[in-house]
Design a binder for this molecule. Structure first.
Ligand code: FES
Length: 429
């Protein structure tokens, strides 16, 4: 045997050993993967056994209607100076009840009328952006300019907050609300925030690291460039302090000062390939908030990846163009469209205070539109069951909901923007 043959035999033997070693490794990993996937998909089925998470019950509103809060601090949070945090304390002494990280506050604001003369009231919701504190709430609001080249005016509420609301200003605030909030288990979580959609993620993140410092948590935070990032020094400090917190900042249009690997980790938008590449195979809960394109791409991609619906939680900001699919929320008012009155049933809607009554017109959609079509004034904000503005007492009769509202109406009341009469109904209006 020549030395060349000997060398070939040795190389061949080494290659063969490598192939056997890699095959065994792959086979073990594949078996584990199949077992885990089987377990995960079992958990995701419409369950007979409960999910292994301690899901908190949605809280009833901590106070009815609006309370007066005072602005204690205003803090600019980003390099572009477009995001401002407002720290709010109740005017009258009150230990603030804890909220569920991810929930929002509803504000009733008196803003200049669009016509220019006088003022009018508008209602807006903003996510709480910090963990629950005993004495104050924090919301972080991004100034909304007019869209470039558009005749639309700048955001009334956000500009009012930035320009008119100062330290010492008084604001009318509803109690924290909303069904988009982190679970209280120790399951690993992935938080995905796009733009100002990061605010509820910050509340969740701060709460997790404060109360469950061992819990595994990932934050994927998307923006165009670092100037738009909120509280980046705070995030970097948390990442340095907690080995179980994994921070991934994704910039789609990095600025001249942005350096990959230095102040951001990925160039481009948050996408499923990035998650698949980085995340170990574990039964994560995914929480997403951001503009519709982010949710419209990521939610189906997570489902396609095999993440059970019960582990995907999301909330769109801005116009709610993404329907909630998550089954984790437990609204106190359930959708009961199946019990709705047939369209041809003759029902009467009575407005008690104004002494008027009208035949219900099912084609009009909801009680808010119906009241307004008859000249009955009703407070409204989101018109989507999220803010509680249109909450109205039911004097008699019943209503039904097509979809469970995000805001929990007080007992004996209804959210007119998302309900219809189930029987003839009398409302306190
Ligand atoms: S208008 Fe917001 S809940 Fe009805």
């Amino acid at each position: 045997m020549t030395s060349l043959y000997l060398l070939l035999w040795i190389v061949g033997a080494i290659v063969l050993q490598l192939v056997i070693y890699l095959s065994i490794g792959f086979w073990r990993h594949w078996v584990n993967y199949l077992a885990l996937r089987h377990t995960v998909s079992k958990i995701g089925l419409p369950v007979t056994a409960p999910l292994p998470v301690a899901e908190p019950e949605p809280t009833a509103a901590a106070w009815p209607g609006f309370r007066t809060f005072q602005v204690m601090h205003k803090v600019m949070e980003d390099g572009a100076k477009d995001i401002c945090s407002f720290h709010l304390a109740p005017l009258e002494p009150l230990t603030l009840p804890p909220f569920l990280p991810g929930q929002f506050l509803t504000f009733r604001l008196e803003v200049p009328s669009l016509g220019g003369a006088g003022t009018e009231f508008i209602t807006r919701c903003y996510s709480l952006s910090d963990a629950p504190q005993a004495n104050s709430y924090r919301v972080s609001i991004k100034r909304a300019p007019s869209p470039a080249g558009s005749p639309h005016p700048p955001g009334r509420s956000s500009n009012y907050f930035h320009d008119q609301v100062q330290v010492g200003s008084l604001l009318q605030v509803r109690a924290p609300s909303g069904h988009f909030h982190i679970d209280h288990s120790d399951a690993p979580v992935v938080l995905i925030g796009g733009g100002i959609g990061v605010t509820p993620m910050l509340s969740m993140l701060n709460w997790v690291l404060m109360t469950q410092p061992e819990r595994e948590v990932w934050l994927f935070y998307g923006a165009r460039q670092s100037q738009e990032l909120m509280t980046q020094p705070h995030l970097n400090a948390l990442a340095a302090l907690h080995a179980n917190f994994h921070l991934h900042i994704c910039l789609s249009q990095p600025g001249n000062d942005d350096e990959l690997g230095q102040n951001f980790q990925h160039q481009g938008r948050i996408n499923i390939d990035l998650l698949r590449h980085l995340l170990p195979l574990k039964p994560y809960h995914f929480y997403l908030c951001g503009p519709s394109p982010l949710l419209q791409s990521m939610v189906p991609a997570l489902e396609d990846w095999g993440v059970p619906d019960a582990r995907i939680h999301f909330e769109a900001f801005g116009p709610s163009s993404v329907k909630r699919k998550s089954v984790s929320a437990k609204p106190t008012v359930a959708a009961n469209a199946a019990n709705a009155a047939p369209a041809d049933t003759a029902l009467t809607v009575t407005f008690a205070n104004s002494g008027q009554h009208f035949s219900w017109n099912a084609g009009i959609g909801n009680l808010l539109d119906f009241a307004e079509s008859h000249g009955i004034a009703v407070d409204s904000g989101c018109r989507a069951g999220g803010c509680g503005s249109c909450q109205t007492s039911i004097v008699a009769g019943e209503v039904s909901y097509q979809q469970a509202p995000d805001y929990d109406p007080e007992p004996g009341t209804c959210l007119m923007c998302v309900c219809t009469p189930k029987t003839s109904v009398t409302l306190e209006l």
